[in-house]
Write a protein that binds this ligand. Structure first.
Ligand code: PGA
Length: 265
């Protein structure tokens, strides 16, 4: 870590390339009614206005058909994100959405390379890299997910896996195209098995060092995997963890806002 450039806590870094971000990934959950109630609770809560007014990026990534429900509420206190986009601008790809369509729907972010997409939709590192490029071309900020499986961790391949996943993306984008990285150990997603601060911090440091060497700049790196209102504070206090990508605990405004509050901003 280059301490002369780096604040000890990542909150609202002086460097524009690092930002505190709390992003909610709703996966395939939610109805129009529950979404509206969530948004109303969010915008009423002073913690959200306080955090976003002080530079915390709050992002909600609902299923695509629910984007329109959140859209009237977003922009001031939180932003919208998609959960995936296709790598092509348009075409005969039934069921897919393009990055441009997400922009039209009010999104500023999109998650790419989530382990559930890699696993259930067989997305390769190359496809993830193409999606990242497509998102950037459309003007979205991609949240690029990397992470190892339990077997890979046990075989001590964690660093190799996450750096390979990042490297392929870096080869596809130019150094001035900024994205957000999310370290999500696959074994910690939806399992209640959160990585320890030491485990998460170590991988964040490895990723940050590699990125800085390759791009001569810094990057926002979120941790994801069973983040909740109880463990968020300790994770977010680590100087290399800039924020969180939250699944289950983002479905209720109460637990999600507690994580926003845990940024300490
Ligand atoms: P989780 O999901 O918080 O439910 O573990 C995180 C994610 O998949 O992004």
């Amino acid at each position: 870590m280059t301490s002369q450039q780096q604040p000890s806590h990542p909150s609202v870094s002086q460097q524009s390339s690092r930002q505190t971000i709390i992003a909610g990934n709703w996966k395939m959950f939610g109805t129009a009614e529950s979404t509206r109630a969530f948004a109303e609770e969010m915008v009423r809560d002073p913690r959200l206005a306080h955090a976003s007014g002080n530079g915390v990026g709050v992002v909600i990534c609902p299923p695509t058909p629910l984007l329109h429900v959140l859209r009237p509420f977003c922009g001031t206190f939180f932003e919208l994100g998609g959960q995936d986009c296709h790598q092509n601008v348009n075409g005969a790809f039934t069921g897919d959405v393009s990055a441009g369509m997400l922009v039209d729907a009010g999104c500023r972010y999109v998650i790419v390379g989530h382990s559930e997409r890699r696993r259930y939709h067989h997305e390769t590192d190359d496809v993830v890299a193409q999606k990242t490029r497509a998102a950037l071309s459309a003007g979205l900020t991609p949240i690029v997910c990397v992470g190892e499986t339990l077997e890979e961790r046990q075989a001590e391949q964690t660093a190799d896996v996450v750096l390979r996943q990042l490297d392929v993306v870096l080869q596809a984008v130019s150094p001035d195209q900024q994205f957000v990285l999310a370290y999500e150990p696959v074994w910690a997603i939806g399992t209640g098995l959160v990585a320890t601060v030491e485990q998460a911090g170590e991988v964040h440091q490895i990723l940050r060092k590699f990125y800085r060497q390759r791009v001569s700049n810094d990057i926002t790196i979120l941790y994801g995997g069973s983040v909740n209102a109880t463990n968020a504070k300790e994770l977010l206090a680590h100087s290399d963890i800039d924020g969180a990508l939250v699944g289950g605990a983002s479905l209720e405004s109460r637990s999600f806002l507690a994580i926003v509050e845990a940024t300490g901003v």
